[in-house]
Ligand binder design. Structure first.
Ligand SMILES: Cc1cc2nc3c(=O)[nH]c(=O)nc-3n(C[C@H](O)[C@H](O)[C@H](O)COP(=O)(O)OP(=O)(O)OC[C@H]3O[C@@H](n4cnc5c(N)ncnc54)[C@H](O)[C@@H]3O)c2cc1C
Length: 413
């Protein structure tokens, strides 16, 4: 099996070499943070072209404070939207239950903005920064299949689209290969995530077709029995990102299986007419199964670790999936010394596990709890609505200050 010559040249000049499998949100961010910390980086993705699929992502202040110094917020300037508020409504009656100011007040409170963006816009901005960085080599069409580790190096064994094998040697291997991670299995961790019994249906409605209320720069959350709906503008306001989460048994792998519009509109039958008007303006729906898993006691082994969804898939009810992958990338670079020494790398990875696993496990648990509350019906639903009406909106933000005020680069003693 021929070794890849390029990373060899990098390794010979003494600069430590990180190999990242997966050029999604977490892998791209890690390429940038590790390059900044003095590493040569090879970033490989199994896709021959990074797909412009997906839809909206929320980027909370705990993520935007990390993206700013990487130049990504500037690149998203006209594309990301800063919502003025989070508005929660009862899905059936349409009554407003609470309004939490975001915009300037949240930015002042947490020192970084709340943003919403199309995943493709964020991925493109990260990819452009990575492609322009001479310390980063991007290799597309290479899927991580296995690894070999010696005292000297870790070798990622990749396969190209034709099934040909390509080993790439490095000092560190980061598997940032998402929900259906091959890296997890290589690290000896349990396989596929478990199905949560819910699916997300999403669509983009062009602004001109969207009812006026949905064009506002706000995050809208509608809570119904066994269903909830979130929408907000993306792509500089050109589209409304609309996501409906329903209880369901469908569970195929992938982010963009087509969904029959009749199914989702019938599941939204009991919801407020103006919300149904918004859904009716959508031409195509995609869906994905929501996966979850209990936290692990470790992510790392020797010179290898995991990052993002590969490490901690989380339900989307706190909208922290992308933000936590970005935090992982920042923490990893802050913890790793620029070294080729296997013992020092393994020690830094143990610290990474010790720092990141408790935080992401707490967010996973809180997201799970939130999902149960969102879908309550009957008495439980009425109690939830009453509590939301009574609580000042600002309290909701203060309740999650432990998430939003966090700076993942600060790693303590
Ligand atoms: C195509 C796509 C569309 C998405 N759309 C949305 C959305 O609309 N809304 C939302 O909330 N979340 C979406 N997500 C998920 C979201 O990006 C992640 O939950 C979050 O950003 C965490 O990022 P991550 O880097 O851990 O994983 P991801 O962003 O999922 O990236 C994982 C990357 O690993 C690559 N990969 C997988 N297996 C291998 C392998 N064996 N070797 C090498 N590379 C591999 C994938 O091609 C992908 O580029 C989407 C993910 C993908 C891949």
């Amino acid at each position: 099996m021929p070794e890849d010559p390029e990373p060899h040249a990098q390794r010979e000049n003494g600069t430590p070499h990180a190999l990242i499998a997966g050029a999604g949100i977490g892998g791209l961010t890690a390429a940038l943070t590790l390059a900044e910390a003095g590493w040569q980086v090879t970033l490989a993705d199994r896709e021959p072209r990074l797909q412009e699929v997906g839809a909206g992502l929320q980027l909370a202040p705990n993520a935007t404070r990390l993206l700013g110094p990487l130049g990504i917020l500037d690149a998203l300037d006209n594309l990301a939207v800063e919502p003025a508020a989070l508005c929660i409504r009862n899905g059936e009656t349409g009554d407003r239950l609470s309004r939490t100011p975001l915009g300037a007040s949240a930015a002042a409170q947490f020192g970084a903005p709340f943003l919403v963006a199309h995943r493709a816009d964020l991925q493109r901005a990260l990819l452009r920064r990575a492609a322009a960085n001479p310390a980063i080599t991007i290799r597309l069409g290479l899927a991580l299949a296995d690894l070999r580790e010696s005292g000297e190096a870790v070798t990622g064994l990749f396969e190209d689209g034709a099934g040909a094998a390509l080993p790439i040697a490095a000092d560190l291997l980061v598997a940032a290969d998402g929900l259906w991670s091959r890296g997890r299995r290589i690290a000896g961790l349990p396989g596929p995530s478990r199905y949560s019994g819910r699916t997300a249906w999403r669509t983009l409605v062009p602004r001109a077709q969207a009812p006026i209320f949905a064009r506002e720069a706000e995050v809208h959350l509608w809570l119904g029995a066994g269903v909830h709906v979130v929408h907000y503008p993306v792509c500089g306001g050109e589209f409304v990102n609309l996501v409906a989460i329903i209880e369901d048994e469908w569970r195929e792998e992938g982010w963009s299986a087509p969904g029959n519009p009749d199914v989702i509109t019938s599941r939204m039958r009991g919801l407020a007419p103006r919300l149904r008007d918004l859904a009716a303006a959508a031409e195509h729906w995609n869906r994905w199964a929501l996966l979850d898993r209990p936290p692990e006691s470790r992510w790392s082994r020797g010179r290898m670790t995991l990052l993002g969804d590969a490490a901690h898939p989380m339900l989307p009810f706190l909208a922290q999936g992308a933000s936590q992958a970005i935090e992982d990338a920042a923490a990893l670079a802050a913890l790793l010394p620029a070294t080729r020494d296997g013992a020092r790398i393994a020690a830094a990875l143990r610290r990474y596990d010790a720092l990141r696993i408790p935080r992401t496990a707490r967010i996973q648990a809180e997201a799970r709890r939130q999902g149960t509350i969102y879908h309550l019906s009957g008495l439980g639903g009425r109690a939830r609505d009453a509590a939301l009406r009574l609580l000042p909106g600002t309290l909701l933000l203060r309740r999650y200050a432990w998430i939003f005020a966090h700076d993942a680069r600060v790693i303590g003693a």
